[in-house]
Each structure stands twice: as C-alpha cells, then as structure tokens.
Design a protein around this ligand. Structure first.
Ligand code: GLV
Ligand code: MN
Ligand code: MN
Length: 402
C-alpha cells in the first residue's frame, strides 16, 4: 500500500545528507562526500524495498525490478546551494511507488537517481552519458569550476559501481519534480502535467586582457577583462531584444576573475553563458549573437576572446500515452487543480527521451523559489504528487513500449 508517512520520512532523511543548516536546504553536489553518503543510503533503501541495486561507471544508481518495468526517478545531487526537493522528490516518490507496488503485487517499477543532474561538470551529465548523448570518455574530460576532472571525481563512487545498466528493460520513464517556478503556487493549483521541456545551451567564455597595477595604470591604457564582461553583457541584452520571447532566458551565473584581487586590473575573466528556449532555431540564433558580440567587444577593447565547448540539450515533447496516464490521474487526485504546462527547468527526462517514452509531473514550489535553501513545497502537495504518480503507473500498466 502506498504509504505517504514512509515517503515523507525518507524524503526528510535524505535531506540530512549535506544539510546546510539554513532551513531545509542542502549542499550535496555530485560526488561530494554528502552525495556519496546519500547514494549509499539510497542503495540500502532500494535493497530493503526488494529491488536489485545497480550502479554504472558514472554513478547513476538504479533499483531494478524483475523483468520489463517502468522506470521512475530523478537525481539526488544538488546545486552548490540547493533545496531539499529538487531531484530528491522524484527519487523518493519513485522509491515509495516501487515499494508499494512490490508489496501489493502491482506493476514492476524500477527506480533511478541520476548523477550530476545539476551540472557540476556539464549539463545533466549522468543521464547524458547513460542515454548515449555524451560518451564516458568525453564526460571524463569535463572539469568543474575548480579544475577537478570528472574522471577523478567519479572515483568516489567506485564502491557502488556494478557495471552498465541496459535501458531495454524499461518500458518508459516518469519523473516527478517540483515546478521550480511560480505558476502552480500563484494559481493555487496542485499538479502540473508537463507538455515539453525547453532546450539549453551552455558555454564558457574567456576574455584575456593585460593584468596590471590598479593604482598606476591609466584608464585609457587598461585591458581590463572585467570591463569586457560588463560591456559584453550590456550589448548582448540589447542585441537579443528582437530575437527573444518573454519565455526565453539567459544567465551569466559563474564568473572568475584572475587573479581576483582588489589592487590588480584583472587580466582574465572566465564566465559561464547559459541560454534556454523551447525553439531550437532561436537557440542557434542566440549562439551566433553571443559569439559575434563577444568577438566585437574583444576587438573594441583590444583584447582576446575564446570560447569553451558548447554543451546543450534540445527541446523535447513528452510522450502522449504516458502524459495521458498522468492527466487522467491528476483529474482524479486533484480535480480542477491541475494544468498542462511546459518545463523551463532542465531534467534528466530530456536525455532519457532518446531511449524510451518519457513524461513528467510537477507539484508547486512555494513562492516559485528553487536552487536556493528556501525551496519548499507543502507536504499535502508532495503527497498529492505521489498519488498522481502512483495512479499513473497503474493506469499505464502494460503500457507503452516493448
Ligand atoms: C536543472 O536544475 C536546471 O538547471 O534546470
Ligand atoms: Mn532537478
Ligand atoms: Mn536543479
């Protein structure tokens, strides 16, 4: 029997790994001690639920049912400052639905916690490798912002690794997640059934000027890399205005100035440039504008610019059969309090859609806040989501593939 108390207890236990001390927030980036400890605990919970534990070289952790099954889950790593539900909700709800199905002779359900969804090293790195979007060799060449290579970081999960996990055993994938935006909370609704997930592009850009003395170097003789970033950002916002829609977003979220000292004109600035939209052509047009603007800015200021590797995922639509099962369940669990909606956040479901039918459901985020310690959702809404997920699994039993 589905057990909401057991589900909530596991969800709260998971946040004890990497608890930040601020509200319910967590600090559990991929392959950190807290992440590895959480995955080791999860493996035990999967085993207790009667699932066979498997873990691939990337550290994607699976609890496998016997025979063909539906796969449910998400990720249990967090942002450098993250909330307790982003990813965790999808993993623990999957665990509860799988456990209840085992207990009551329900349809076979497997569980997954993908590794590095939050992109310490790339973009949804673990599911990108599992789905074949990115080779393990290419992933191994990625580095985090401190220069740590993924090849080295993933050694922290060696004790759990069993080998490759074949995707052919799964009939489809459903990921439950918090919305991470304001739509459901503002409308007083309980469930969102996802129609599409937007696409994303992400690339590091480096401006190189001349490091120099901050007291003696006249302003007109400086090649200040921070000034280049600042000018680039202003020009870019202006040049985007006729290309973007109100749904398009772009972010410079990480910047590192070298050598990052008050009395030194910075000679180098490396920063992340990320942009997201539901239209692939618009993503490509934005890339052209970004490259062109950066080159023009460097030229104007007498500096060099270079571009890192372009990472990204294309927009994807959800599978109509699995989505229909979620809609039917939402209509029963939350009549008149659910809607269809696109996802502006990225999810492992995007990668998994290369392998099998996928669908997603959302529950509200209080105040629309996520990727922050304050992230939260009313427990009554978490349980409503759990019930929708469970009902959808039962609705689609026998379902979509194979
Ligand atoms: C995933 O967390 C994202 O950045 O959308
Ligand atoms: Mn997430
Ligand atoms: Mn996230």
């Amino acid at each position: 029997m589905l057990n909401p108390e057991r589900f909530l207890a596991d969800l709260h236990h998971l946040r004890s790994f990497g608890a930040s001390g601020v509200g319910k927030g967590v600090v559990r980036p991929a392959y950190s001690d807290a992440d590895v400890a959480a995955r080791t605990w999860l493996a035990g919970r999967m085993r207790d639920a009667g699932l066979r534990v498997a873990c691939d070289e990337m550290g994607n952790l699976f609890g496998l049912a016997d025979g063909p099954s539906l796969l449910l889950g998400s990720h249990s790593d967090s942002q450098p400052e993250g909330g307790w539900l982003d990813g965790a909700l999808g993993v623990i709800s999957a665990l509860e639905v799988a456990r209840a199905a085992k207990e009551s002779g329900g349809p076979p359900v497997s569980v997954v916690s993908f590794q590095d969804e939050e992109g310490r090293f790339g973009v949804t790195t673990g599911s990108a490798v599992w789905s074949g979007q990115l080779s393990l060799a290419d992933a191994d060449g990625l580095q985090d912002h401190s220069g740590m290579p993924l090849a080295e970081a993933r050694g922290a999960m060696r004790h759990l690794v069993t080998g490759p996990v074949d995707s052919a055993q799964f009939r489809g994938f459903i990921e439950m997640h918090i919305e991470q935006g304001p739509a459901l909370d503002t409308a007083g609704e309980q469930i969102g059934v996802v129609t599409d997930i937007v696409g994303i592009r992400d690339m590091n850009i480096t401006f190189t000027g001349q490091q120099n003395h901050a007291g003696t170097t006249p302003m007109h003789l400086r090649q200040d890399a921070f000034q280049a970033v600042s000018a680039f950002n202003t020009t870019l916002n202006y040049r985007f205005r006729n290309v973007v829609t109100p749904q398009t977003v772009w972010t410079i979220g990480h910047i590192s100035l070298h050598p990052n000292a008050s009395s030194i004109v910075p000679g180098r600035a490396v920063f992340s440039m990320q942009w997201r939209d539901a239209d692939q052509d618009r993503l490509a047009r934005m890339e052209e504008i970004i490259r062109d603007t950066a080159q023009a800015t460097a030229g104007d200021l007498g500096m060099q610019v270079s571009f890192g590797r372009l990472l990204g995922l294309d927009p994807v639509a959800m599978d109509s059969t699995l989505r229909g099962a979620l809609e039917q369940a939402a209509g029963t669990v939350a009549p008149d309090r659910w809607r269809r909606m696109p996802s502006g956040a990225l999810h492992d479901a995007t990668n998994v859609s290369r392998l099998m039918p996928v669908a997603m459901l959302f529950v509200p985020s209080i105040g629309g806040i996520s990727h922050a310690f304050e992230e939260d959702t009313a427990e009554v809404d978490l349980v409503a989501g759990l019930r929708v997920l469970d009902a959808a699994v039962r609705n689609s039993a026998g379902g979509t593939r194979g």
